[in-house]
Design a protein. Structure first.
Length: 267
């Protein structure tokens, strides 16, 4: 019989599902998935897989001795491979250097620049969404173009007081397609809008929207280094891990090969 619940199991643990004498607990889901941040769909898929596995266990006695022995041998082999993999992980943790200098990041970027072509327009922009009844709207119409150095401080101060949405960072690139999700528009000529470095004000649904495109990069052109910096860092660290994985395998193969507990019984 199968029981699915969210009631407490052993101690303070939360039981999710039981199959016969087997019970799956919530903390075990996090352990298996390797994270506490999982979706309901991921949890439900794991639960169903777990149920299928435990249901199969009920047929153990119906198998012949040869089949049972084979499964036991395969289980031991699989367990040994998991142990070896975790030993490798621990060894890698002691060897892995996660510090990546800017010079190495830039070198990787230049050597792989064709791998960093943009799939979307990216922009640097000023964006402001203000209630139509907010004070000094006409003053904002003059300041949002940022023609004067003092306008930056003024528009930021105004936004902090009255804006319901505000974005402005001269150093950061953002996806223009993602930005469009903020706007109540059905269609826009993206390429024309971006390449003209549009400065636009429009009112919709009781709000006034201010947009100032400061800079842009086109689709299918090299992505700016700063936009790809963290992705490059992740790639370099992953490559280091892969190299260490090979060294770890060789390290433990040699260590186990020379183990004095090994005794051969054939000639």
């Amino acid at each position: 019989m199968i029981f699915i619940s969210l009631s407490c199991g052993s101690g303070s643990r939360t039981a999710l599902v039981s199959v016969g004498d087997y019970t799956l607990y919530e903390d075990e889901v996090a352990l298996i998935l390797g994270t506490t941040e999982y979706s309901d769909e991921e949890r439900d898929e794991l639960i169903q897989s777990w149920i299928n596995g435990r249901m199969a266990m009920m047929y153990w006695d119906s198998l012949g001795t040869d089949a049972q022995n084979l499964i036991n041998m395969q289980t031991e082999d699989y367990k040994a491979s998991l142990i070896l993999f975790e030993l490798e992980n621990l060894w890698i943790q002691t060897k892995l250097d996660t510090l990546v200098k800017d010079e190495e990041l830039e070198q990787y970027y230049q050597e792989h620049i064709q791998e960093f072509l943009l799939n979307d327009y990216i922009v640097k922009l000023l964006y402001l969404k203000v209630p139509a009844l907010a004070p000094d709207i006409e003053l904002v119409r003059k300041m949002y173009a940022l023609k004067s150095p003092s306008d930056t401080a003024k528009i930021t101060q105004y936004a902090n007081q009255y804006a319901t949405s505000f974005y402005f960072n001269r150093d950061n690139w953002i996806s223009f397609e993602d930005f469009l999700k903020e706007l109540p528009v059905d269609y826009i000529d993206v390429e024309r809008f971006v390449t003209n470095k549009t400065k636009q004000v429009f009112e919709e649904n009781g709000f006034v929207f201010f947009i100032n495109i400061l800079d842009y990069r086109l689709k299918n052109t090299p992505s700016p280094f700063i936009y790809e910096k963290e992705r490059i860092r992740s790639r370099i660290i992953l490559n280091r891990k892969l190299e260490l994985r090979q060294k770890a395998k060789a390290h433990f193969e040699n260590k186990l090969k020379n183990n004095e507990d090994i005794e051969y019984h054939f000639r």
